[in-house]
Write a protein that binds this ligand. Sequence first.
Ligand code: SF4
Length: 380
Amino acid sequence: MAGIYIHIPFCLTACDYCDFYSVTNKTHLLPDFVRAICAEIKHRNRELSGEIINTIYFGGGTPSMISPGQLEEILLSVFRCYTVSPEAEITIEANPDDISDSWCEALIAMGFNRISIGTQSFSDGALKFLNRRHNASRAREAIRISANAGFQNISADLIYGIPGYTDGLLYNDLIFFVNSEVQHISVYALTVEHNTPLHRKISRGQKQCPDEDVQSGQYLIIHDFLESNGYDGYEISNFALPGFRSRHNSAYWEAIPYLGFGPAAHSFHFNERRYNAPSLVDYIRRADSLTFRTLSEKLSLTDMYNEYVMTALRTKSGLKRSRLKQFLTGTFEIKANQALRKFEQAGWIQLQPESICLTREGKLFADRISRELFLENDSQ
Ligand code: SF4
């Protein structure tokens, strides 16, 4: 069982907070990019030989910017080169502005069965702060069009903790999500990454910095509202109606192997992580000679333990004691147990016979708890 990630690095405009690899003003390179990514998919078709592909995810960038014909060419390359399960979850990320009846119908016909819409907010003020290209009414319309066109597995994104985005606006957005019956909601606190326009604007005093206390309060509002309306918070940032957890993202958290194609895409297999270089022009240039520039990193036992703690702790099922035992011995086990008892007393985790799970309040401190459980690289 394995997954495939396709990175489409094109965007029409750049959002102020974004630090993903993407390019604007390069749509003239789209035909070359499609040729290059199909070549990469074919070139690497032995890497997961014998594995059944259970999920395919088109992310970006903005995959909805490229034409249905180009998306189909890429999807067909995957089907030709890999054994794809007939039950595979096939997702496309889409910008609300790009979604129309005919676009959705074309994608459903070629096999996409899940859409992840970058709504981010239904507040025009918040969308303006983020410098998103769509507006609030377009975000609402995109969900309606996708559902009417036949998508039965719709995910939508919400960014909270944006300056000026009040609890009242947040409640309005949550009510809209629940009434529209989207099956899955991903929620993110606005973070200010280095080297983003948002970081520069805040440094120059042109934009306000998000307030961490407001963000914590808003996370708990979201958590409680969605849980009481039937959405299962199966991971800190992800809420789903029964049967609609993202299979692709869940596979990342379970360390199931995946291949990533396209500039800046990551792959993971056994204990090796590979990264394609983040340069569209270089990627296209190298495709003819099939000499794609890839960096790779072998994960040590300590790296694998730390990744397990960081990802599994965020999930509803939490850390499995049996997995921890595979990694922790001697003094490290004693230290970890001391830390866990401290967090239990603070009310942040629940120690269960088989697992260790975050409490509602503990979800606000997941990073801090993980950091205290991490091992140093030479400690094993
Ligand atoms: S559309 Fe997505 S990838 Fe493109 S700039 Fe905005 S957040 Fe980044």
